[in-house]
Design a protein around this ligand. Sequence first.
Ligand code: AMP
Length: 309
Amino acid sequence: MRIVRTTAELRDHVRAVRADGGTVGLVPTMGALHAGHVSLVEAAAGRTTSTVVSLFVNPRQFGDAADLTNYPRTEAEDAARAGAAGADVLFAPGVDEVYPDGFVSEVRVSGPLTERLEGAHRGPEHFHGVTTVVAKLLNMVGPDVAFFGAKDAQQVLVVRRMVRDLDLPVEIVALPTVREPDGLALSSRNVRLSADDRARAVAIPRAIDAALALLAAGERDAAALLGAAAGPLADAGLTPEYVAIVDAATLAPRGTVDAPSLLALAVPVGPVRLIDNALLSPVPSDAPVPALSGAGSTGHAVPPTPEKG
Ligand code: AMP
């Protein structure tokens, strides 16, 4: 397992892999690796010859300075964990390597994909920061395949849109959300929850499960499904920033789940803001859904690719 800090050194590695006929996978992360990240690294290692895990806490996607300051930084443990999961390079550039002096460029996906949900609450600048750094990482590494988590479903849609719009030569793979045994989605921010907040946070997967159970019982009305999701949150004394049912490809609000939809929520719990989502399929979960790719078995699934690309 090598730790690489410069693009030049990374490109030497990638050139050598390609010279031997190999392929390269990239797993972009902000570190503090957990089992969710590990699932992406294992998938990358299973599909490509060389797996590069990038570790970069991107200042441009943080609106909140305290969130950036408090973001956990655990590089040595991350290197060990990524290596054990099958990565051979940890690319951990400094801020100056990614944003050299005089940096003034930006990659933006505009419109509803970046303006709704997270974009409405954190500001679309959050996603402009994400697309700028992901475009940079894709260019720095030049991977054949890049792996992302459905935990950040909107991010997957935005990155896929950018890759398609700009004809970036990379395949984007999205993988299901990895959860704690009680259902809470793994997140690097979970370590900042007190024991009491951690106990209350389980209301988030319970809210999702309540909506999924009602959906499975035949309910298709979004307001009714949202009403079911509201119960567990209220019982735990949590006030969500948003709970929404939107079209799974466009993020347009949906009144009825008669097409693949996304239940997405953001909930402040103590000092942290947690997000989660689940795919709502209009057909029973045991029937095949032709348009969907990579759906998990738990009902917490991967958003569909909006179109080929
Ligand atoms: P982050 O380090 O939070 O920027 O996340 C890096 C990648 O890991 C992103 O593609 C996330 O969507 C993904 N990820 C984060 N949490 C999970 C999880 N619980 N399950 C699967 N993937 C995840």
